[in-house]
Design a protein around this ligand. Structure first.
Ligand code: ADP
Ligand code: MG
Length: 562
């Protein structure tokens, strides 16, 4: 072939390849899932182009994935009739363009090698996984763009790859020829391949032909009636969609006719699926199909950020096939779909909280951090207040009860209200770094003594949530720091031995000099030093001079104004 040139892999991709070829030995079969998923993506792109009337090469070619295997030679070929790649695209996509997930992937691998093969797909470093099993890989591709020439990419997965022109006729799409490593020859055995395809690629929307025979039979599951889908099928589809090896925590399958016609199949994972905290929110979104044609993945317009942990697909008849991705943002149909989905998801969560509080608490422990962003969603504030959870002084583990200590400690505002004392006018809360730190906070002494419950807030966002909810079932949400003696005094219950001594005027007078000395010592750092009968164990505590602002809110504001 003519015009060959050698390129170095980008530095971090070289490192990635080094890990892939030399340290991942478990679950290597997923390389096939990655290549088939790339083939499927390429076919989706091609169909997307066609659906908006763009000219493509070989327009009558069937949209499919063809796998052939030569067991004796230890060779495996995966071909697709998708969008293909030009010479430049081969260079960019398979070796030189930075991939956002690479760094994070390598970090995770260094922490836990066994998890590596599960993470490959999620980090978007899929193609390179072929080097877990390959001695050499040859990618021959012909882009669907009418004027593009075919090109070939060759590499053994070490430092570099070669690109060359291809003489002769090549039809649209990509062919990946793999020479398997000696110890990976099993992947040229059709029975083994069939097995792997069934396990990982059963829901691919295009026919997968293995030596000419179709292997995947499952239609778009979301289009089926929910009465005909088995729990096992839901689970398989969920795992196919997310690469999670666990069951979903909840499944929502709806078919809606008004105000918009659409079908949705949604899942709530048991745990966060992203490698980085909050990744679920950053990459949130659902796969949008129009009449089974994939229009866009991670479609953020279909789901608000605070429900970013939800995964799934939406398929609608009410959008034109040639809708452009750029206009999705202001699309009325999508907005309507989103609003129906939000209601469905919140209803599902409410039902879960009611029927199985422990399961709900597990949900909140896994996804609560993201869910809390919903405090700003005015339209759903009631549902939000019902669904939000906090730790609380009332939930302390009993000493020596390990099982109790293991449990997720969370309470709803509604449960707090049932525990509130007669005449209590507020739901009290206090911010701090941890339960241990809050347990020692002097502000809590009086609450403990009077048997008044205090919610424990650990994250900066929590006080914003409190401000936004404002009042719950006629009780004002109020920081324990800002509670005054007048509202706490009516509550008896302080055990006598812990009671602060009543001071005679003479005694308190004798402390005046002492207070003044402290005030002089601290100078400008404080506004005042006062005598208080509120504390029972600690000698002193800090209170806010501004009766409307808690100390943690002041900290946040100081940080923001820097
Ligand atoms: P990802 O699929 O997450 O983008 P991969 O490493 O699996 O990451 O693939 C890298 C890129 O290579 C893809 O985004 C795509 O542009 C290109 N690519 C890989 N396989 C094919 C294929 N069969 N047809 C067309 N393009 C492909
Ligand atoms: Mg991929």
């Amino acid at each position: 072939a003519s015009h060959g040139e050698t390129h170095e892999f980008r530095a971090e991709i070289r490192k990635l390849l080094d890990i892939i070829t030399h340290s991942i030995y478990t679950n290597r079969e997923i390389f096939l899932r990655e290549l088939v998923s790339n083939a499927s993506d390429a076919l989706d792109k091609l169909r997307f182009e066609q659906s908006r009337g763009r000219a493509v090469v070989d327009p009558d070619e069937a949209l499919e994935i063809r796998i052939t295997a030569d067991k004796d030679a230890g060779r495996l070929t995966i071909a697709d009739t998708g969008c293909g790649m030009t010479r430049d695209e081969l260079v960019d996509h398979l070796g030189t363009i930075a991939k956002s997930g690479t760094e994070a992937f390598m970090k995770s691998v260094s922490e836990n090698k066994d998890a590596a093969s599960n993470l490959i797909g999620r980090f978007g470093v899929g193609f390179y996984s072929v080097f877990m099993v390959a001695d050499q890989v040859v990618v021959t591709s012909r882009s669907a763009a009418p004027e593009a020439a075919p090109a070939r990419w060759i590499s053994d997965g070490s430092g570099s790859f070669t690109i060359e022109d291809v003489d002769g006729e090549v039809s649209r799409g990509t062919v990946i020829e793999i020479t398997l490593k000696e110890e990976a020859k099993e992947y040229a055995d059709p029975a083994r391949i069939k097995d792997v395809l069934r396990k990982h690629s059963n829901f691919i929307a295009f026919p997968i032909l293995l030596d000419g025979e179709k292997t995947n039979t499952t239609p778009a599951l979301w289009r089926e009636s929910k009465f005909s889908v088995t729990p096992e099928q839901y689970k398989e589809f969920y795992q196919f969609l997310t690469y999670d090896s666990d069951d979903p925590l909840a499944t929502i399958h709806v078919s809606v006719d008004a105000p918009v016609q659409f079908t949705a199949l949604l899942f709530i994972p048991k745990h966060g699926l992203g490698p980085m905290p909050m990744r679920d929110q950053l990459h949130h979104g659902l796969d949008l199909y129009v009449r089974r044609v994939l229009i866009s993945k991670e479609t953020k317009e279909l789901i608000p950020e605070f429900l970013g942990f939800v995964r799934g697909v939406v398929d609608t008849e009410d959008l034109p096939l040639n809708i452009s991705r750029e206009t999705l943002q202001e699309n009325v149909v999508l907005r309507k779909i989103q609003s129906v989905l939000v209601k469905q998801i919140l209803d599902k969560l409410k039902a879960m909280a009611k029927e199985d509080p422990e399961k709900y608490n597990a949900f909140f422990a896994a996804h609560g951090q993201g869910f809390k962003l919903g405090y700003g969603d005015y339209a759903h504030r009631e549902a939000f207040a019902e669904l939000v959870r906090f730790d609380s002084s009332a939930l302390a583990a009993k000493d020596g009860d390990d099982e109790e200590a293991e449990k997720v400690r969370l309470t709803s505002l509604a449960d707090y209200v049932t525990r509130a004392r007669d005449g209590q006018k507020a739901i009290y809360y206090l911010s701090g770094p941890s339960r241990a730190a809050l347990d020692l906070n002097p502000h809590l002494e009086v609450f403990r003594a009077k048997g008044l419950e205090v919610l424990y807030l650990y994250e900066p966002i929590d006080e914003f949530i409190m401000d936004s909810i404002g009042t719950f079932k006629d009780l004002k949400l109020k920081s324990a720091e800002l509670a005054d003696a007048a509202e706490l005094d009516p509550f008896e219950g302080q055990p006598a031995e812990n009671k602060a001594p009543e001071l005679t005027p003479e005694e308190s007078g004798s402390l005046d000099d002492f207070l003044k000395a402290i005030k002089d010592l601290l100078g400008e750092r404080i506004t005042d030093v006062r005598l208080s009968t509120r504390l029972t164990q600690s000698p002193s505590c800090l209170v806010s001079p501004d009766e409307h602002m808690t100390s943690s809110m002041q900290k946040i504001i100081r940080l923001m104004s820097k």
